[in-house]
Ligand binder design. Structure first.
Ligand code: TRP
Length: 330
């Protein structure tokens, strides 16, 4: 039972797409073999930016868990829960906020970038500034050894470590654990228009497309603009569709596609059909499970309730240490 422990979460602010599938979820599935995994729906974090319209959070939170289960996150091995079900994340957030200097939060590059990126939303709130403190409490409340994250999240994790060091310096060495990162190399997944796949660019292929919408979307995708007509040769390296073949098509077929594109013996429509076939092949088993879980809401509820019960046990033991270190009589 000395498997190392990891903690990670996703904000439920919309449907999960192939960028999440390739960049996060496949990785999460694999980590279950080696680590004790705590995966949670970061619904409070979602509220920091979606507070005006929280309905989207409720809707995406449930659907998100369904997708996790359907792609192979295994509730027998991993602990799945919703952040807002574990109230002590908020208590630890409060306590950590007492010792976190404002300057650490204000200089956080992710904070600055997100405020830029989400210009349409008023993110000049206390909650949004405190986002990394809440993230720190998510992580240290389970004494995580490691946190699987993309590069963009590194400043947040560094802040977590700084908060832990300050806490332990003030109240006693070894009370909170300093987590390390597991850097997941996120493959570049282009969207329908060639920009990075993102819900906010409206260019995403969602994991839970239907076969029909999947087909429509792939058919819409831009290819190499040099191929104006069927007879014009193209270059896979300049094609927005081709990267998808690197994820979903075997090497031998890929070699044929590359040659066919460069010699114009294969048209873009045929190339798209190959991709549609392979994508559908990979996603079909996922869709079947999604369908099952959508029809069996209570199964999902039970999984989340059991996950929460385990998470509470773990977080309570940290909170007992923290309260006593801060001389809060319990
Ligand atoms: N900030 C993370 C993101 O946007 C989500 C998150 C919240 C998280 N709490 C976490 C990730 C704890 C890892 C660990 O992706």
């Amino acid at each position: 039972m000395d498997r190392k422990r990891i903690v990670s979460g996703i904000r439920p602010t919309g449907d999960l797409h192939l960028g999440h599938y390739l960049g996060v979820l496949k990785n999460w599935v694999g980590l279950q073999d080696e680590y004790q995994c705590f995966y949670f729906v970061a619904d409070w974090h979602a509220l920091t930016s979606e507070y005006r319209d929280p309905g989207i959070i409720e809707k995406s939170a449930r659907e998100m868990v369904i997708i996790w289960l359907s792609v192979g996150i295994d509730p027998e091995r991993s602990i799945l829960f919703r952040q807002s079900h574990i109230k002590s994340h908020a208590e630890l957030f409060l306590l950590l906020s007492m010792i976190t200097p404002l300057s650490w939060l204000e200089r956080n590059p992710t904070y600055k970038e997100m405020r830029e990126e989400l210009k349409g939303k008023d993110l000049g709130t206390f909650g949004f500034l405190g986002y990394p403190v809440l993230q720190a409490s998510d992580i240290v409340i389970y004494s995580a050894d490691q946190v699987p994250i993309g590069e963009d999240q590194l400043p947040h994790l560094e802040l977590t470590r700084e908060i832990v060091r300050r806490f332990n310096f003030l109240y006693g060495e070894g009370i909170l654990k300093e987590p390390k990162e597991i850097l997941t190399e996120a493959p570049k997944v282009p969207g329908l228009d060639g920009r990075k796949m993102s819900k906010s660019y409206d260019n995403a292929i969602f994991i839970s497309e239907t076969p029909e919408t999947l087909k429509l979307k792939v058919m819409q995708m831009l290819t190499d603009i040099k191929r104006k007509t069927r007879k014009d040769p193209g270059e896979p390296g300049d094609c927005n569709l081709y990267p998808f073949h690197t994820f979903f098509t075997d090497e031998e077929t890929r070699a044929e596609i590359e040659l066919g594109c460069r010699t114009a013996s294969l048209g873009c429509v045929d190339c798209k059909h190959i991709l549609i076939r392979n994508l559908t092949g990979e996603l079909q088993p996922v869709w079947e499970k999604v369908d099952y879980y959508r029809k069996h809401a209570s199964v999902v509820d039970d999984i989340l309730a059991q996950g929460a019960a385990k998470a509470v046990m773990e977080s309570d033991s940290t909170m007992t240490r923290v309260r006593s270190a801060m001389q809060l009589v319990t």
